[in-house]
Design a protein around this ligand. Sequence first.
Ligand code: ADP
Ligand code: MG
Length: 617
Amino acid sequence: MSIDPAADLPFYYGSISRSDAEQHLKLAGMADGIFLLRQCLRSLGGYVLSLVWNLEFHHYPIEKQLNGTYCLTGGKPHCGPAELCEFYSKDSDGLVCTLRKPCLRSPDTPVRPGVFDSLRENMLREYVKQTWNLEGEAMEQAIISQAPQLEKLIATTAHEKMPWYHAKITRQEGERRLYSGAQPDGKFLIRDREETGTYALSMMYGKTVYHYQILQDKSGKYSMPEGTKFDTIWQLVEYLKMKSDGLLTNLREACVNGKATENTPSLPGTRGKRQNGYTPPPRAVAAVSMPAVAVAEHRDVLPMDTDVFNPYHNPNEVRKFNIQRTQLLIDEVELGSGNFGCVKKGVLKTDSGQIDVAIKVLKSDNEKLVKEEMMREAEIMHQLSNPFIVRMLGLCNAENLMLVMEMASAGPLNKFLSSNKDTVSVENIVNLMHQVSMGMKYLEEKNFVHRDLAARNVLLVNQQFAKISDFGLSKALGADDNYYKARTAGKWPLKWYAPECINFHKFSSKSDVWSFGITMWEAFSYGGKPYKKMKGPDVMRFIDSGSRMDCPTACPERMYAVMKECWTYKHEERPDFKKVEESMRSYHYSISNKAKPEGAAAAAAAAADPAAAEPSK
Ligand code: ADP
Ligand code: MG
């Protein structure tokens, strides 16, 4: 799961209020330059730096930018909260003074989680389960690969899980609920306002109920009239618990919505439960840019979205080793071709519906050897089941030998990127390459070597969903082996091969890691050709001399750093996929603009409360 990048800092207190922060600084002695860091309650992913100078408190909000960097209002960007604090410990750069001494958390003061932090995990699971009907390993993989996107989706609806949220009730009903039982000041509830799609706050004060309209600005931010703006309703509520912000009093006790705590309300954007696996497809294949699914209002497509056969599910019920010829409709459309024959588009008819498939058709004039090769490829694929690996649905032995696979209709990654340069962002590529690393980590765990990992063999289901394919050269390693030794060299993709493959014919998951580095290079150069016009032997000399390809123009430094690690000469020193996936994941999470509603992010910096940066006494 994504973790708060400040979690390990000894001067980080989590979700504490401004006055709590000041209390800690007081107890620590109020020396000039003593500071602490806390979670920002207004902007998701942001922090506040609280600093003492001249016996006064200064609070500076730190915003998380769209590109994943952190800055003080008007300050330089930094890649994380730790780096930011380190910078300001050397250079005051606009602060009243440098950060001189961290106000350390005592052992009995744990980092205080925000309300959402503790709910997040459960909500993610519930959401994924309800929305895509995923369970078990498929659910875990979906969550790992899309955590930032999912968090963003859920943060905006988190209030629906809160006990104070009463959904659509009338003003009168709100009053009735508040007046029932004790009537302390600050007892409150949030309800939907009739007809308008906005929210209202109803609160008890002096035994009287007051109603406030919650405003929402153009960028989607919520606030009380003339109050501080927030990305989400639950943040607004948390803030109003600490600061009245124009209300008659702070919010205190929640008027509990009995229903909300007993059974969880259905999450918005969730669609009715589908039957397990897939629904009979409408004959339109999910297009690349427009998913067939009525995706929960204006958001990016997620890998799990699709109304046709869902390639995210484990299709065990449709996987058969033997497919009858009568179950197959073969289209004339060729998806690709090779020495073996060609890959055609088709439809597989099963008891529960029709599935779009890709069919690798062996040329009929092929000799026994090629047939055996394809059988071996099928045998390997049959043993693999992971969302990020193309699944084989079966073999059909008819006029030709045919290998039937799930369809990845957006085609090979290199082609897709070179023809969609303008619409694919770097974040998008990071997400896809992280998925590839997840698929490769799975292969590594199962002790398979791919031996032909390249952008041409990463196929896309849609712009957000990648699958590893082409197991023509793959091998299952024996339980005690960690490499495969090829007796003779064949027609090998040398530019993708690690030195030990070429020199000693030794293939392992570590040599797949080298290929992953080349695949990353291809991806971040939008389908560029590695090593330009160099020939195989030139490349070997180039590598032996210690040279490596340059960082592609659009490629982030941290991704280039991963590539270079993948190109560690000695396989013993090269990272494995477990490590590579970790690096990809942490970068993917760090740049995905966590939990900010669409469109609101850009306005976030502008909306930051400038008063918060001023000293308060
Ligand atoms: P080769 O061993 O000749 O490289 P591949 O398995 O890579 O064979 O398939 C060749 C081409 O066929 C791919 O580049 C791709 O365009 C297409 N293709 C293969 N499998 C699929 C699939 N499951 N879905 C969509 N297209 C596919
Ligand atoms: Mg191929």
